[in-house]
Design a protein around this ligand. Sequence first.
Ligand code: ATR
Length: 276
Amino acid sequence: MATAVDHYAVMGNPITHSKSPFIHALFAEATGQKLHYAAQLVEQNGFSQAIEFYFDQGGHLGLSVTVPFKEQAWQLAEIKTERAEKAGALNTLWLDGEGKLNGDNTDGLGLVRDLKVNNGISLKDARVLILGAGGAVRGVLEPLLTEQPKEIVIANRTVSKAETLANLFLGQPVSGCGFSDVSGSFDVIINGTSASLQGELPPVSGSVVTGNTTCYDMMYSKDTTVFNQWALNQGAGKVIDGLGMLVEQAAEQFVIWRGVRPDTDAVFKILREEMS
Ligand code: ATR
């Protein structure tokens, strides 16, 4: 008798370049889990129908969600983790034993794990500057705050968006401002803007960077990203790109779905090598 295979997938638009099928296949192989993970292109206005259809098929247990459906996934999930509530967007869906749609956002956990475990950067009592105030930044704030930094400053081109985000965390050491209002230096600076997609830099003063600063670009690329090159030019102690975050957020999904933590180091190295 054939053994049933559990099914997972990533939904997004576009989806061709998603590395998730490759990453989850490597995790499955390394942990001996029998599963199939597909990439599914979903029409812009077809997400809720697509997930309904998906989970109606037997053995379809979990989904990754990517651009542009993360906010819709948040609206559709019946049960969300606390960090996902605050994130306003989900990247992970699954059905619980009662058939209810559950959701989580593992992006922030992935970022924190890449900083702490893979790169040895502690956020405890750190002064943290985050550039950008869009969905990507909102998604990671709660897990960053859990690490008890001294302060998180969110700087954004549209100042009101930075202030609105900071106001979601009243009573916690988070503030929002414009790029030109940022003063002093920081232990950790995270670029969460999409400026680098246009090859641009958030216009923040170079004085925020010292030799003790770690700069983290949530984007990743084959070569040093525009932001990380800028940071190096300012004398940053360490620069990291978002490839590790990509692998770690997927590992957190794998833990949720399968109850097993895959080794991420080997997968990270394979991806980095493939990019070179
Ligand atoms: P994402 O889901 O990637 O976060 P988003 O929600 O559209 O996408 O947010 C993009 C972020 O990048 C925003 O903070 C945006 O600034 P505004 O809120 O002022 O639009 C920022 N951003 C995009 N292009 C930028 C640029 N050229 N310079 C600085 N910030 C930029």
